[in-house]
Design a protein around this ligand. Structure first.
Ligand code: ACM
Length: 756
C-alpha cells in the first residue's frame, strides 16, 4: 500500500501548530539502530522526556536507542536546557543531517520540541504498532518556536456524558500533542456529579447517576427518555492519576465545580441546599435547571468543605466555579433570599449572585488559589480577583479586560466544538450552530476594542466540548478533530503568519497522521459547500471544497456525478427550477461526501432585498440574499449559509421584484428550537408599494403556529399587483417563565421568503 507520507512528499514540514520561525534546510537526519539520545541535564523531567521519546521510537521502529551524556559523535539527538531562550515554553530545534539539537529554557519547551520532532517524522511513527520497513527520516530544518498565548485550553464536559480515566488520558495526549497547556475539566452539572468528595458521599452515590437520558435532540417533541441508569464518577485517586498524567505532558488541569446554578445533581444528593427543601432527581434532560444552590450558611459550609477537598487535588493556580446560566426564579420566590438581599443591601438577584461568588472567591483565595468564572460573573459586579471566561460573546471579555481582570476567550461564535462542523445532512446529531474549520481558524482572541495594555489581560483562548450530544469518546474525537488543530494555531502561532490555505495543505496530511494514531478524526476536506446568491434575476451557485487539489464534477439532470460529468470551474447560473448534484474527485476517484441542492425559482428569487435590521453576526447566513436565493437550509438545524438568525429583533425586509408582479402567496420558512431559545414570530405584516417608499399594509397574521422544527407559514394575497414588498416578522420577544432561557430575548430564524 502506498503510504500517506509518500502521497504528499512536498509537505515536508506539515506541522500543526506551525512554528513561529521555520527555515527549511536541505537533507535529512535518519533515525537508525545506532542513533543515540543524549543529554547532560540532571533534571528528572528532562530524563523522563528522553525515556519517553526513546520508548516512542522503540514502538515505531523496534530500535532500542541508548541514552548517554552529550558528546561530539554524529547520529545523535541532543536535549539541552538553555537559559538564553526567553520564552518559558519556547524551544529551538536544529535538525542537521548528522545531528539534532533541541534546546529550551524549561522542560516544557523540550516537550513541545519533541512534539514537533514527532510531526516531522513519517506518520507511521504514530501507529500503535511498529513499521520496520520505513526510513525514519526527519527533514533538516532550523526552528525557533514559542507560543503566542500563555493559556491554551481545551474543555471537556464529563457531567452530561461520563468518560473513564483511560479516555480522559487519551484526550490529554491528543491536546498535548498540539501544544495545549490547560485542560478544563467540567466535573459537575445538573445531569451528574463526577468527583468524589469524602465528606459528602451522596454527591457521587446519588448525584453521580441518573435514571435515564433524553433520546434524540432536545428539539424533538415530545421528549422521550431511555430507562437506563447512567453515570459514573472519579475517585480522588483517579483524579490524582489524571492530574499527574497531565502534568507529565505540561498540562495544568482546572476543575470546574458549578455554582450557584447547574447544581441539580448536588441538590438530588443534598436537597437541603436548595431554596425549596423537596426531592430532586439528577436531571435526565439537557438545558438549564432552575433548581440552584440557595445562599444559606449551610450551602456556604458545604461548598467550602467541597473546595477544601478539591483544592489539594489540583496543583494549578485556578479553580473554576462556573457561574453561568443560574436562573434566579427560586431566589425571587425565596423569603430567605429576599431577606438576605435586604440585610446585605443587595439591589437585585444579580447582586445576590455576585455576593455568592465573592464569598466563594474569598474562601478559595484564602487557600492560595484564584477563581475563574463564566462571563455571567460580571453581572452584579465582578469578584475582586476573578478571571473571566468570555463565552456568550466577546463583550464580557472586553469589559473584564478593561476593568483590569484576566480573561480567557471562548466565545460560542468560534470556540464551541459541540456545534456542527459541517452542514451536510449526514452529520451526527449535535446541539446546533455551525462552526466549520475555517471559522475557528479565522479567530483572533484579541478584540480590536482593546488597547495593547488591556490586551495583555487576554491570556488566551479555549475550545469547549459540551457533551449533551457526545455520548462516547469516539464522538468527542469526531467533534474535536480537526477543529482542535485549527484552534492550536489560534493560540500558538503568530497572528501575522497564519494563513488558512497553508493550514489546509498541512491539515490534509495531518488528518492522515491523526487517523494513524487511531483518532476518529472528521475528514470534511473534500466535502462540498456552496454560496448561493441572487444576481440579476437569476441565482448563482458557487461550489467549493476546502482542499484545492481535487476536482469538482456536477450534474443538472438528477444523475449522480461521475468522472464523465461536467467539470466545475465557474459559478452555475440558475434561471429555472434546478437540481444540482456535485462530488469531489481526487486521482480519478470520488472523495468526500456527495452534495446536492435544489433551487426553486419563485418571483423573488434572484431579485433584490434590503434588510432594515441585520441578523446577528453569528447567524448571518450568506447575507440577506440567502432569503431570496431559491435554496432552503438544512431542515433539521439552523446555522448554515441559508439561515438568518435575529436575536431579539424583528425581521424587516424590502424586496424589489424588478417589475410589477401578480402575487398570490408569500411563504416563510421558520425554525423552532426552544432549547436554543428560537421561537416563531408573534406576528407577520405584509405591505406593498409602487415606488419602494410609500407602503400600504395588505395583510397581518397573528397566528403563526407549528410544533415541528420547521414551520412554513403561508400568507395569501389574492392576486395583488406590486413591484415592492415589505415584510415584517415580529420577534417573539422575552422568553416566558418556565421555558428554557426564560427572561432572555428570543431568536427568530428564517431561511427563505418565497413569493408566488
Ligand atoms: C456555557 O456554555 N454555559 C458556559
Amino acid at each position: 500500500m502506498e503510504s500517506a507520507s509518500e502521497i504528499n512528499p512536498e509537505s515536508q514540514y506539515p506541522l500543526i501548530p506551525f512554528p513561529a520561525h521555520l527555515q527549511a534546510q536541505a537533507g535529512k537526519f535518519i533515525i537508525d539502530e545506532n542513533t543515540v539520545l543524549q543529554s547532560n541535564e540532571k533534571e528528572e523531567k528532562v530524563n523522563l522526556l528522553l525515556r519517553e521519546f526513546a520508548q516512542q521510537i522503540k514502538t515505531a521502529t523496534t530500535y532500542t536507542l541508548a541514552i548517554t551524556p552529550e558528546g561530539s559523535q554524529k547520529n545523535a539527538i541532543v536535549f539541552r536546557l538553555d537559559k538564553s531562550i526567553e520564552n518559558t515554553e519556547g524551544y529551538a530545534l536544529s535538525v542537521q543531517v548528522d545531528r539534532i539539537v533541541l534546546r529550551a529554557k524549561n522542560p516544557a519547551g523540550l516537550f513541545y520540541g519533541v512534539q514537533t520532532l514527532r510531526q516531522l517524522l513519517p506518520l507511521e511513527f504514530e501507529k500503535p504498532t511498529s513499521s520496520p520497513q520505513i526510513s525514519w527520516a526527519i527533514p533538516a530544518v532550523e526552528i525557533k518556536d514559542e507560543p503566542r498565548f500563555p493559556y491554551r485550553g481545551m474543555h471537556l464536559d464529563v457531567a452530561r456524558h461520563f468518560l473513564k480515566v483511560d479516555k480522559v488520558k487519551k484526550f490529554i495526549d491528543q491536546i498535548a500533542y498540539h501544544k495545549f497547556n490547560h485542560f478544563h475539566w467540567h466535573l459537575t452539572d445538573d445531569q451528574g456529579w463526577r468527583i468524589e468528595i469524602k465528606k459528602y458521599p451522596k454527591l457521587t452515590e446519588v448525584g453521580g447517576f441518573r435514571s435515564g437520558t433524553l433520546i434524540g435532540h432536545y428539539n424533538d417533541q415530545p421528549h422521550q427518555y431511555d430507562k437506563k441508569r447512567y453515570g459514573g464518577f472519579y475517585t480522588q485517586e483517579d483524579i490524582k492519576e489524571v492530574v499527574q498524567y497531565a502534568a507529565e505532558r505540561f498540562i495544568t488541569v482546572i476543575p470546574e465545580i458549578e455554582l450557584p446554578g447547574h447544581a441539580q445533581a448536588a441538590l438530588a444528593a443534598y436537597p437541603e441546599l436548595a431554596c425549596e427543601n423537596k426531592n430532586y432527581s439528577v436531571w435526565r434532560i439537557w438545558g438549564i435547571s432552575t433548581n440552584i444552590f440557595c445562599p444559606t450558611p449551610a450551602t456556604f459550609d458545604f461548598l467550602e468543605n467541597v473546595f477544601d477537598e478539591v483544592i489539594p487535588l489540583f496543583p494549578g493556580k485556578y479553580i473554576h466555579i462556573g457561574g453561568d446560566e443560574a436562573p434566579k426564579t427560586k431566589w425571587q420566590e425565596s423569603a430567605f433570599c429576599q431577606r438576605l438581599m435586604r440585610q446585605e443591601g443587595l439591589e437585585n438577584e444579580m447582586a445576590l449572585q455576585s455576593y455568592f461568588i465573592r464569598r466563594i472567591e474569598k474562601h478559595i483565595n484564602s487557600k492560595g488559589k484564584q477563581i475563574i468564572g463564566w462571563d455571567e460573573i460580571l453581572e452584579g459586579g465582578l469578584a475582586p480577583n476573578a478571571t473571566v471566561m468570555s463565552w456568550r460573546g466577546i463583550e464580557g471579555g472586553i469589559e473584564a479586560a478593561k476593568a483590569g481582570h484576566d480573561v480567557i476567550m471562548t466565545p460560542t461564535s468560534h470556540c464551541y466544538l459541540d456545534y456542527y462542523q459541517s452542514d451536510h445532512p449526514d452529520e451526527p446529531v449535535a446541539i446546533g450552530g455551525f462552526i466549520p474549520l475555517e471559522k475557528i481558524y479565522q479567530y483572533d482572541p484579541i478584540p480590536d476594542e482593546l488597547s495593547p495594555s488591556e490586551a495583555k489581560h487576554i491570556l488566551g483562548s479555549q475550545g469547549n466540548l459540551w457533551s449533551e450530544y457526545l455520548p462516547n469518546f469516539e464522538q468527542v474525537e469526531y467533534m474535536a478533530f480537526p477543529r482542535v488543530c485549527a484552534l492550536s494555531e489560534v493560540v500558538w502561532s503568530p497572528q501575522d503568519q497564519r494563513d488558512f490555505d497553508h493550514f489546509v495543505e498541512r491539515i490534509s496530511f495531518h488528518t492522515n497522521r491523526l487517523a494513524a494514531m487511531g483518532i476518529n478524526v472528521a475528514n470534511h476536506l473534500y466535502d462540498l459547500s456552496s454560496s448561493i446568491q441572487p444576481k440579476d434575476g437569476a441565482v448563482e451557485v458557487e461550489i467549493e471544497a476546502l482542499a484545492k487539489d481535487g476536482q469538482i464534477r456536477y450534474t443538472l439532470d438528477g444523475g449522480e456525478p461521475t468522472l464523465q460529468s461536467s467539470l466545475y470551474s465557474n459559478p452555475i447560473k440558475v434561471t429555472t427550477n434546478q437540481q444540482i448534484k456535485a462530488q469531489s474527485f481526487l486521482a480519478e476517484k470520488p472523495i468526500g461526501r456527495s452534495w446536492q441542492q435544489n433551487i426553486r425559482m419563485h418571483k423573488a428569487a434572484g431579485k433584490k432585498i434590503v434588510l432594515k435590521t441585520l441578523p446577528h453576526s453569528k447567524y448571518s447566513g450568506g447575507g440577506p440574499g440567502s432569503l431570496i436565493n431559491g435554496a432552503n437550509g438544512n431542515p433539521e438545524r439552523y446555522g448554515d449559509a441559508e439561515w438568518l438568525g435575529f436575536d431579539g429583533k424583528d425581521l424587516e425586509a424590502v424586496i424589489d421584484l424588478g417589475k410589477k408582479e401578480t402575487i398570490n402567496t408569500i411563504t416563510f420558512r421558520f425554525f423552532i428550537g426552544e432549547g436554543q431559545w428560537i421561537y416563531l414570530p408573534k406576528s407577520i405584516q405584509v405591505f406593498t408599494s409602487e415606488d419602494g417608499l410609500d407602503f400600504i399594509e395588505k395583510r397581518r397574521s397573528k397566528t403563526i403556529e407549528g410544533d415541528q422544527k420547521l414551520v412554513k407559514h403561508v400568507i395569501a394575497l389574492d392576486a395583488v399587483q406590486s413591484r415592492y414588498l415589505k415584510v415584517v416578522a415580529e420577534n417573539y420577544g422575552i422568553i416566558p417563565k418556565g421555558r428554557q432561557g426564560e427572561g432572555n430575548e428570543s431568536w427568530l430564524f428564517v431561511d427563505e421568503i418565497v413569493v408566488d
